[in-house]
Ligand binder design. Sequence first.
Ligand code: GAF
Length: 384
Amino acid sequence: MTAGTDTVAHLFAATFGGSPAGFWRAPGRVNLIGEHTDYNDGFVLPFAIDRATTIALSPRDDRRIRLVSTFDEAVVESDLDAVEQRAFTGWSAYPLGVAWAIGERRGAPATHGFDVAIDSDVPVGAGLSSSAAIEMAVAVALNDVWGLGFDRGDLARIGQRAENIAVGAPTGIMDQSASVFGQADAAVFLDCRSLAVEQVPLGFDAAGLVLLVVDTKVEHSHATGGYRDRRDACERGAAAMGVAALRDLSVDDLPRAQELLDDVTFRRVRHVVTEDARVLESVAALKAGDLVRFGELMDASHVSMRDDFEISVPQLDAVVEAAQAAGAVGARMTGGGFGGCAIALLPADEADALAADVLQVFAERGWREPVSFTVIPSDGARAL
Ligand code: GAF
């Protein structure tokens, strides 16, 4: 048994008694490139990280549901009627939302409840998809114990519905897809329209590079504010351009977009259209082993998010600037923005120095102390 499995086994036994039917694990993610493209039917290139949610779960004979986690002492008691009525509160909205979304996708509500104990080492609120990790761990577990036969694309869609409906965050399909389709030493190249997936080998390790994540500790939420606003702007832009989604535009359409749209909407559209192109070029560069070009695309992506999409914050910009000054191959903010994490691809023996530089810059500016750590491309959600 691994450390995470041990923890949930003990929590399960202490709370519900006995042993669970099994253990499942699902990772968080970083996104290498392709930001705010998922809900525009575009392209993304995240990878599943070596930080994950681990659960112990057993199906029940009745309609009750009991949930316990290492991040909240109280046991949450619910049942399938509450799930059908979408009565969700707090962190339990993630697992209960998955139970609801499974019922919606099957066209038939569940008939048996479950007991689950949850542990996670994905930092919460950092933009590394701690929520998708919970959703996907519960989704793969219920798929197994309820014998549902959903494929990984279905499970990602179920997680996204849970996030959209139970949690109320109007997010796309990227985070759940990264968590289910992840593979060691590879990124998940996803077409968010068709859900066609290709695992792209990264070879960072062989090149002597690491991916450093800097959690700026600037908190953000995608259920409110800026995220929804950006999504609305994209939908307005697509409607004005007469396409189903911004994915249907290319850089050749940008002059016409500039004539037709107001300045802010145009810049939102330009970010998404150029970001889709950067994802495609990144995949080609990675396949060709051209990490220098990939790094340039990461840098360009950050500029586009900072200036056109306007979702960066001074702390994220400062990390990117420090990374570039330290000679990183590439650096950018990652995730939905307005806080959270930045990533830097750099030689392994320079990671500690960059982390120290960032600490100093943040201290000088009186910002909260950031936390830096490297992440490794890892396998996706699975039974243990
Ligand atoms: C968040 C969302 F959950 C994703 O769906 C995606 O839109 C991302 O922000 C931005 O690329 O992580």
